[in-house]
Design a protein around this ligand. Sequence first.
Ligand code: HDE
Length: 705
Amino acid sequence: MKTKKSQQLQAQIVDSTNEFLTTNQGVKVNDNHNSLKSHERGATLLEDFIVREKLAHFDRERIPERVVHARGTGVHGVLKLKKSLEQYTTADFLNNTETETPLFIRFSTVAGFRGSTDLARDVRGFAIKFYTEAGNFDLVGNNIPVFFIQDATKFPDLVHAVKPEQDNEMPQAGSAHDTFWDFISLMPESAHMIMWVMSDRAIPRSYRMMEGFGVHTYKLINAAGKVHFVKFHFKPKLGVHSVAWDEAQRISGKDSDFHRRDLLEAILEGNFPEWDFGVQIIPEEDEHKFDFDLLDPTKLVPEELVPVEIIGTMTLNKVPDNFFAEVEQVAFSPANIVSGIDFSDDPLLQGRLFSYTDTQFHRLGTSNFNDLPINRPLNEVHNNNRDGFYRQQISKGKINYSPNSLGGGCPFQAKASEGGFTSHSSEYTGMKVRTKSDKFFNHFSQAILFYNSQAEYEKQHIKDAIAFELSKLESSEICQRMVNNLTNIDLEMAQYIAEKVGAIIPQKVYRYENHAVPANANPADYQSITIKSSLEKSEALSMANTVKGSIATRQIGVLFADGFDEKSLENIVRAIKTGGGKPILIANKLTAIKGDKGTNISPDKTFFNCASVLFDAICTIGGQKCVENLANTPEAIQFLDEAFKHCKAIGFDANSDLLVAETHLSKKLKLNHIGVSIGGNTIEFLKYVGEHRFWERELSRKIPS
Ligand code: HDE
């Protein structure tokens, strides 16, 4: 396995095999090691155009990072349509089941800088560029279906508040600080999103195990010009899974590239990640039938009210050749839309239509950024946009204006029947205002719905996550205000958190209107209306109901030492591979380890270059000497205890009592064996691995590690 992967990596390494080194002008370089000097020990000459070019280019290698979503990674893939949406839209890529649409997807965190860690507690960007035959369609979504704010004008404030504080640039990639919670505590519309961000959705196990959402309501327009509202969904075939918060923090230290490495490795190994692509479709006449406003991006449409119809599969199948050229230079925009789809009047979406192109001009330094290979549409671009920095297109002839007669009127405008984009014409009546519809003030109903839909352990994780964040605040006023706000979602949750963080424990639901409104704030933000959600619970909101049962692509750490039972190692490795999992052999050194029959096996990793948190499950190999060796290796014990602490499956080989007895978890085994298999029962162990985690043992069976 190791060899196959190294071969694939090797194939990616050299791009200019058998080519001479040249300057940017194509002149062959004879010496790439010495500058041109006046004599052997003399000064470097200004004349040295080779060194000048090399250094000047290097000096300009960095471009501004994205102001949000700076940390991310991207790969190529394809969308295969299974079911036509022809009755709803004229967009060819959504109604022609013969087409396969190539795409580029970029996953990201929001708050951290480009060099920050993958495992921050944060929303994940889920931005897709579909290269359709009719032009590029970008769905710039997230792994959470709602957003913090309702209006684009609040975005710079939100981002200033969550990014590192301006006086000391701390903390990096974290929301556990005063400015973020100050803003949030004064913005009740963020209540629903806060529940999601404090849930385990914000610490995914893998990009491959996250849902994707278009978030906003869009419109589909069919050939008769009829409108249907639509929400876009991506559901991972591997299920939605997360890590534990303690684990996330440790992974950040052990491998800050954990998510990008996981994605690239899966694709290089041929385990192409897949998502069901689905839509929720709402006829235009049903726009007002919900207890929330369809244009409000802090609300989702519960799947019980409008089911998600699966219409295709998204498969990710190719890693980029060059990170900068593709991942850094890709420029997404919700304004990149194709005929047959249109924007809704969601005020957050409307603001985004301006912001993305504007930021690309700045970040990529030119209005010609669409000429970059990763941004180019499949079809040819013909228009009269001209010149600007780094123009790639060589426009021929004299015609750069329209209307023209000299060019025969080219390029022509396309009629709607020829695929020309026509904005759906809607009727607007009313006064120009700076306000929003009444239902936008319904801040808590879906926050309550989300919380009530969680399994008990998920609720516990949310409570602990908020307690963690608020415990880091320096301002007790902000902390108390936030605790009081939370009573609007769940009084018991607010009381638990208050007790943990030393706030006054609220005894009743705190009415929002009682807030002292800061002088520069909008009093309307503090209003909230109470509409009870028509649903008590929604199954789709809980990760407890996700796909389980397969060990495919699970990373299983196999601990072994000198004297290991060769037969046993062979069996477990074979069983893991048969199930599609990935066995990783771990020992106390990288030098070959000797088995009980004298065979030498080289470990993949060692205790000192990896950690238990980087694996989905841990098992041990038997053999009397091996068990003794592992029992005498503190790192091996720590691997096992840490895996237990993080609720992972653990498998001990037969006759491993000595090793079991050394662990802390052995004391807890008396209580319950759930997720821990003893005695070399591989089938049982792998069944546990397929369950992903055993969160229910977390509270009752806490152990130090
Ligand atoms: Fe973004 N957002 N955003 N955003 N956003 C950017 O564009 C912005 C919002 C999202 O991988 C920026 O090219 C405004 C919602 C993703 O390259 C910037 C508003 C959602 C990415 C920007 C929002 C997103 C961005 C920074 C409020 C989920 C990463 C660099 C009106 C539906 C794309 C860039 C990538 C990136 C602005 C709100 C998702 C500054 C003004 C809601 C996934 O233009």
